[in-house]
Design a protein around this ligand. Structure first.
Ligand SMILES: [Cu+2]
Length: 140
């Protein structure tokens, strides 16, 4: 019911309800290790939808620049991408669009840092609905 209320268009056009709670495409893996380019920059791509992130776990190395390209599946529900881990040099807040937006930082401390969407509808937060993942920063 919460999801129905959250998705007001669903009341008008029931067919759109399916678009409100989408499944991640199967091609998107649940765990990904960042790739390293010739300049030593780590790269990972993250996609968000209602209500998930893929991958759910990204693995990267400490003290090496990490560039994340984050987008959301097309749709009218707003989503964001947040990591709040200043103790590890990571503070990110992106409003997501269907074109990838990039953010680059250097993780300075190994650990597991949560990324999530801080949007909410009339009910639960998107984070509580499943828009959450872990950035795992490993030692050198
Ligand atoms: Cu969201």
């Amino acid at each position: 019911m919460t999801r129905l209320m959250h998705c007001k268009f669903a009341l008008i056009a029931p067919a759109l309800l399916a678009a409100c709670a989408s499944q991640p495409p199967e091609r998107l893996s649940e765990v990904a290790r960042a790739t390293v380019d010739k300049d030593g920059v780590q790269h990972a791509t993250i996609v968000g939808g209602s209500y998930w992130f893929r991958p759910q776990r990204v693995i990267a190395r400490v003290n090496q620049p990490l560039e994340l390209a984050v987008s959301k599946q097309p749709g009218f529900i707003p989503h964001s991408f947040v990591i709040d881990a200043p103790q590890a040099g990571i503070k990110v807040h992106l409003a997501l669009g269907s074109e990838p937006r990039s953010v680059r930082f250097v993780p300075t401390r190994p650990g597991r840092y949560t990324y999530y969407c801080d949007e909410s509808g009339l009910g639960e937060s998107h984070r509580d609905k499943g828009m959450v993942g872990v950035l795992e920063v490993t030692p050198q």
